[in-house]
Design a protein around this ligand. Sequence first.
Ligand SMILES: CC(C)(COP(=O)(O)OP(=O)(O)OC[C@H]1O[C@@H](n2cnc3c(N)ncnc32)[C@H](O)[C@@H]1OP(=O)(O)O)[C@@H](O)C(=O)NCCC(=O)NCCS
Length: 327
Amino acid sequence: MIYSKVIGIGSFVPERVLTNDELCGIVDTSDEWITSRTGIKERRIAEKGLTTSDIAAEAAKKAIELSGLNPQDVELILAGTITPDMIFPSTSCIVQEKLGLKNAAAFDISAGCSGFIYSLSVADSFIKSGKYKNVLVIGADLLSRITDYTDRSTCVLFGDGGGAVVLTANTENTRGILSTHMHSEGGHDDILMLKGGGSLMPASLESVNSREHYIKMKGSELFRYAVNYLKAVAEEAIEFNNLKAEDIDLFVPHQANIRIIEATAKKLRFPMEKVFINVEKYGNTSSGSIPIALDEAYKSGRLKEGSLVLIDAIGAGLTWASSIIRW
Ligand SMILES: CC(C)(COP(=O)(O)OP(=O)(O)OC[C@H]1O[C@@H](n2cnc3c(N)ncnc32)[C@H](O)[C@@H]1OP(=O)(O)O)[C@@H](O)C(=O)NCCC(=O)NCCS
């Protein structure tokens, strides 16, 4: 049996902090509303000129350094992102060039906030099939570039950042990715989408004036899907591995909203001490959310060698996914 073992991890967030109080000067909101409805206190915003590939490359560089691999050993680069530098070439190809990963194939995966776990799943399948041994998996987004700062119902939620892991084939023991599960359900454009800039609505004066190049979201409808689907996909992972909830050492959920995290943890009967939370610092960074959280959990000692970690996420599509990793 081949397992995909995590041998390197890294993350990067822009320096600039946007606090709830600052947002009160931009839209009609309050720190009290944002904190009580979302748990978010601040988020990071990329300065002008910083791109998704810059963030991805910074995170990936740290992950490769920690892995001890020679950059030439990376055979595949996968980047989960919905905010690529440009429509093409892919952000993965741009990262390849920035880091000199000359021997790798590279492509992006668009799965909304599930982008990192989808990418992890694809990477794991390539490793298990024997096709590749060393794969760089990135999740990075600059949601501030597609956030409408006149819409108080969305602009308080999102931030910028990214993370990366290096996976390698491991045949010696059971450390690595034990399972991944992915799901999709099209037909929910009405609750979460960015319509402008694609083939349906190419950029035009009209599309810009009607603010179609920004995220449109129906938050409370999405909230209900999130709690139910995240619970279901977490249970699917636990049952698939013949585990019980209490066997999981750390639950690292997508950091979208503290209320979604708490409601899901409650349904799964996870005590909050076993749940990793950093949504208060970064808001929802989409594909960046899980790898940033994993990196912080690892660096703070909450994720140790042999720990059983469960991750799950939901995003536009809808897409949702989970994975259990023996760290
Ligand atoms: C967005 C979200 C925080 C809103 O919380 P909610 O409890 O569902 O709140 P509602 O949407 O019902 O809005 C309640 C009221 O607050 C108002 N409101 C919305 N944003 C506000 C803000 N930033 N400040 C103050 N009031 C706000 C609304 O206008 C509404 O007012 P009304 O009742 O007078 O119409 C929550 O629905 C959520 O997190 N949803 C999931 C979002 C998500 O995870 N997206 C990404 C998925 S990957």
